[in-house]
Design a protein around this ligand. Sequence first.
Ligand SMILES: [Cu+2]
Length: 136
Amino acid sequence: MMPLRSFLCMLFSLCLPTTLLAHIQVEHPIVFATQAGEPSAVFMDLHNHSQEPVQLAFVQSKVKSRLALHGMQKGHMIDLPTILIPPHSTVQLKRGGLHIMVFDLEQSLQVGEQYPLSLFFDNGEVIEIKANVVAP
Ligand SMILES: [Cu+2]
């Protein structure tokens, strides 16, 4: 059976004309430098220019790694099913708050490099970004 994520990717990429959808804007994507196998975190600003709430549903990278949506609760990281961006709002993924957790990186991320990400939103938008690798 096809893994759920692959199936969703196929749905997102085949069924939804991305030209019709340009409601989400991503700014300042960064990821902390790290060694292969060590965890890291991705941060960015997510703007929702539409009149509907939009959720970041999941994230993938061409660089082999396992990605998870995380929030913070009482000083501990918690798994989130999605990250909600309210209508006409900006949500900041930042240190100590919401972030995209990176596990099981197959290669190191060095300062100055870029880490490619595909962001899948529940309105069908798929946004390709390159996070700049910065010192933690
Ligand atoms: Cu985390």
